[in-house]
Write a protein that binds this ligand. Structure first.
Ligand code: ZN
Length: 148
């Protein structure tokens, strides 16, 4: 979890711009969000994670809160531990896809499935928002490569 006021303005701008103002986990758009976005430490500070562009992800508060200080979780399909999605090292489409109607995120790898479950990427409000956004022609967002 990150407190925005601890992060310099220029670093906030870099992270936000790199993400195209889209949550790097659930792919929700900031301009159609009712919650503010935050700067998420991919490796938590408690584990030595630094406050720099390489370790910060732009995320919806809900995704950030569910991730908390975790970096791995169980893949429900295999029961094995898997690292959570790291937007600085991984490409979203390598680990996730959309359901047929684009309303739900589907994990397609152990990392993808563990991340969908842990961050609750298919929260009811998110699924409903995606349906509305899809009808408006604003979902899904284009993929951007946010790796360092
Ligand atoms: Zn999100």
């Amino acid at each position: 979890m990150s407190k925005t006021h601890n992060i310099p303005a220029n670093l906030r701008r870099i992270v936000r711009t790199r993400a195209r103002e889209i949550c790097e986990y659930c792919r929700s758009r900031e301009d159609h969000s009712t919650q503010s976005f935050c700067f998420e430490h991919i490796l938590p500070r408690i584990a030595g994670g630094k406050t720099n562009a390489e370790n910060l992800a732009y995320a919806w508060q809900g995704c950030n809160a569910h991730k908390a200080t975790r970096t791995e979780a169980a893949d429900y399909l295999t029961g094995k531990r898997a690292g959570l999605f790291n937007p600085r090292q991984m490409l979203w489409s390598d680990h996730f896809s959309w359901s047929e109607d684009f309303s739900e995120v589907v994990g397609i790898t152990p990392t993808g499935r563990a991340t969908v479950e842990t961050l609750k990427l298919n929260r009811r409000g998110l699924v409903n928002l995606r349906r509305v956004m899809y009808a408006m022609g604003k979902h899904p967002p284009l993929e951007v490569d946010n790796r360092e």
